[in-house]
Design a protein around this ligand. Structure first.
Ligand SMILES: Nc1ncnc2c1ncn2[C@@H]1O[C@H](COP(=O)(O)OP(=O)(O)OP(=O)(O)O)[C@@H](O)[C@H]1O
Ligand SMILES: [Mg+2]
Length: 330
């Protein structure tokens, strides 16, 4: 076949791996027949190398319009962060790369009669990366991210909630996406609370049944900062439970290095790891931001150790205030 025709066919096969490979093989064969051995060998090596790599994310699929009725409690979020912005434990890095590989090889896994993990529960204290990680995970998978506001979903129009829930789940069944049930605690709480309205309990239970039945095309991710108190009926509906804990020393050091990466300092921020034990990432981030701001306000080129110490002191004060308020509420 004329080279031009083959090139056209090659481009037209974009996204269809088998067809692409067959045409590429044909091009290589023609080069061999023309005695262009060096070129043929080099093309063959390139093709073999490319097909050994993991296939690209599959979510370049067209977006199905989101049901209108659900606009009030679902929003599409564009991930603003990449994996270099997050600090994860070694265990979580391993879990997430496993999940991403599993997603990319989902067809092979299913063909082997094995299940693919697609329903994830993220647990852990506030400010430790559950929401951030969901965004980055969706971005890494190349999937659109839809965030469901559960508290709004269950508190709004009770009568219509079940229908809306059905629409959302129907959507996630067809559209490869990450469907994120943030503030999943709202749901767990409603189930616990015996004084709740019957209708609400019914809705909550039907939501759990939907979660049970759904086989998402992408992932269903739920996040909660309730841990042990979470109802076992909720836990068992997920294929994987992933913990986001407060950072240990090593992670704190990594996080400080990340936050001061492009900032000039007159001290080594990572030497303060010891004074940050027990803080969440979000709290440590606030300390870093306050310290950097102090230098900006005084038009200094460098952040000083004292800026950092003051920011830590402010955080301690803020925390003790929060603890007192908590105590008053108990
Ligand atoms: N593991 C992390 N690595 C890097 N930054 C983090 C991490 N965890 C939290 N942060 C920082 O703290 C902010 C808040 O974190 P995030 O919203 O992900 O917490 P969360 O676990 O979802 O908390 P909540 O339970 O309150 O919803 C993030 O936007 C990010 O700036
Ligand atoms: Mg969150």
């Amino acid at each position: 076949m004329a080279r031009g025709e083959l090139m056209k066919k090659l481009l037209a096969s974009y996204g269809r791996d088998d067809e692409f490979r067959a045409i590429a093989e044909q091009i290589i064969l023609e080069e061999e027949q023309k005695n262009n051995r060096v070129l043929a060998r080099s093309l063959r090596q390139t093709l073999d190398h490319a097909s050994n790599r993991a296939p690209p994310p599959r979510a370049l699929a067209p977006l199905i319009p989101f049901p209108d009725a659900a606009n009030d409690f679902v929003e599409r979020v564009e991930p603003e962060h990449t994996k270099s912005d997050i600090v994860l434990s070694k265990a979580n890095i391993r879990i997430f790369s496993g999940l991403i590989q599993e997603f990319r090889r989902a067809d092979d896994i299913r063909r082997s009669g094995l299940p693919v993990r697609s329903k994830l529960l993220f647990c852990g204290p506030p400010g430790c990366g559950k929401t951030l990680c969901t965004q980055i995970f969706a971005g890494e998978l190349g999937l659109p991210l839809f965030v469901v506001k559960i508290d709004r979903l269950i508190s709004s129009y009770l009568g219509e909630t079940a229908t809306n829930v059905r629409k959302i789940f129907e959507f996630a069944r067809k559209q490869p996406c990450v469907l994120f049930l943030d503030e999943f605690d709202a749901l767990a709480r409603s189930r616990d609370d015996t004084s709740e309205h019957n209708e609400l309990r019914r809705v909550v239970n039907s939501l759990l049944i939907f979660i049970d039945r759904i086989k998402p095309k992408g992932f269903l991710v739920a996040a909660t900062n309730l841990d042990q108190s979470l109802d076992p009926a909720v836990w068992r509906r997920f294929d994987e439970v992933i913990w986001f804990e407060k950072p240990d020393r090593e992670m704190t050091e990594h996080f400080l290095a990340l936050k001061f990466k492009n900032i000039k300092t007159a001290f080594d921020p990572t030497s303060h790891v010891g004074s940050l034990e027990g803080y969440s990432f979000a709290e440590i981030e606030r300390i870093c931001v306050q310290a950097i701001k102090a230098a900006v306000i005084e038009r200094r080129k460098e952040v000083r150790e004292l800026d950092f110490r003051h920011a830590v002191a402010d955080e301690i004060r803020r925390r003790s205030g929060t603890a007192r308020l908590q105590h008053l509420e108990d």
